[in-house]
Write a protein that binds this ligand. Structure first.
Ligand code: SF4
Length: 385
């Protein structure tokens, strides 16, 4: 058991719902903000007692649109965290921010309160594409927001961009990539749009890019971002050296994290639990009343998750970590499937210096090859026991 902890804080308010969004967020509940933040503060204080011996290494305010509420709400929650948890001196403290909701002054307040990383949901620099997504901002606002964030003192900024959008061509996506690198953020998350059931997009007749265009965009992402000094460290995430998102790595490496706020999920010492997704319940109940779906993970589920999440990282899984966690080697459990994909050159073994090796005894890392990343879903599915 390690004594490190990450905190995720969910802020479920948005100006309005984007057409592709299936996150737990609302465009019509601003009137509940005051009560929500009171409940959030209460939850985090009530929970703190269970984590007295843990050092909080990362904090992430996500949503929703955490930059929508008055900055005082957000800064007060961070102050509550500092007061009630052991926050590491060098903690990474991130906030998700959407253009059109954050002024320079707001960003100064976040910086003064202790936030040291921003994640800006730009998505595209093409105004037509942004409109089709139902986003509230245009490309000009996106650039101003980014520049304000830098002026406000942030030197660790992520921007999100999306590919495979309705009406998007390879050229317009390339233009978005070029504009993103020109701004020069420390981190870029490049996601491909997934049409989720229950969203307005699911029922719309959309002009989506074909498979070839989709592939092309995917390859352009790696090519252009590499050229500009961003290394890929996860399927959809790229960073300049030293700027990998520490918080997200906790998820992929199955570290301990506590979710605070509506619907927030947690994993602590191999026990999963979530908070209710019902706003009225969240606001009215105490900590123990809102925790639902508690599940102690079996060794089998832990092993599958370890592989599934770890293979998302370009470094792959560390064989030593597997040994430590499960008391046997990854080859004891997965020898057949590993051999199959080694033969197909979709997986590879690397020694401690990251040199390729065929010797399983020397393998410090097991990871997807460049080609393996292209078909990662198929490979990963084979790691289900
Ligand atoms: S801003 Fe983000 S969370 Fe809010 S509706 Fe749009 S996609 Fe969903």
């Amino acid at each position: 058991m390690n004594n490190e902890l990450s905190l995720y804080v969910h802020i479920p308010f948005c100006v309005r719902k984007c057409l592709y969004c299936d996150f737990l967020s609302f465009g019509d509940k601003e009137s509940l903000m005051d009560e929500y933040f009171k409940a959030l503060s209460k939850e985090l204080k009530e929970s703190a007692g269970d984590y007295r011996d843990r050092e909080v290494k990362t904090v992430f305010f996500g949503g929703g649109t955490p930059s929508l509420p008055n900055a005082v709400y957000i800064c007060n929650i961070l102050a509550d965290i500092k007061e009630n948890y052991i926050l590491s001196k060098d903690a990474e403290i991130s906030l998700e921010l959407n253009p059109g909701t954050a002024s320079f002054d707001k960003m100064r307040s976040y910086r003064d309160a202790g936030f040291n990383r921003l994640s800006i949901g730009i998505q595209s620099f093409n105004d037509e594409e942004l409109k089709r997504l139902g986003r509230i901002h245009d490309s000009k606002t996106a650039v101003i927001t980014y520049e304000d964030a830098v002026r406000a003192g942030f030197d660790n900024i992520n921007i999100d961009i999306m590919s495979a959008l309705p009406g998007q061509s390879v050229e317009s996506y390339t233009d978005t990539l070029n504009k993103a690198v020109k701004l020069g953020p420390e981190h870029i998350s490049a996601y491909s749009l997934i049409i989720e059931e229950g969203t307005p997009f699911f029922d719309m007749d959309l002009d989506l890019p074909g498979e070839d265009a989709d592939r092309d965009m995917y390859h352009k992402t790696a090519k252009i971002l590499n050229e500009y000094g961003y290394h890929r460290y996860e399927i959809s995430n790229y960073a300049k050296d030293g700027f990998d998102c520490r918080h997200n790595k906790v998820y992929w490496k199955r570290g301990n994290y506590l979710g605070l706020g509506l619907g927030a999920a947690s994993l602590v010492d191999n026990v999963r639990f979530s908070n209710t997704r019902d706003m009225a319940e969240y606001i009215s109940l105490s900590k123990d009343g809102i925790k639902i779906d508690r599940e102690e993970l079996s060794v089998r589920a832990q092993t599958e998750e370890f592989m599934f999440l770890g293979l998302r990282l370009t470094e792959g899984i560390r064989t030593d970590d597997f040994n430590r966690e499960f008391g046997k080697t990854v080859f004891d459990v997965y020898d057949e499937v590993i051999d199959k994909y080694l033969m197909m050159s979709l997986l590879e073994l690397r020694d401690k210096d990251m040199n390729i090796t065929c010797d399983k005894k020397k393998a410090a890392y097991l990871r997807l090859s460049e080609r393996g990343f292209d078909v990662c879903n198929t490979v990963m599915a084979d790691f289900l026991l």
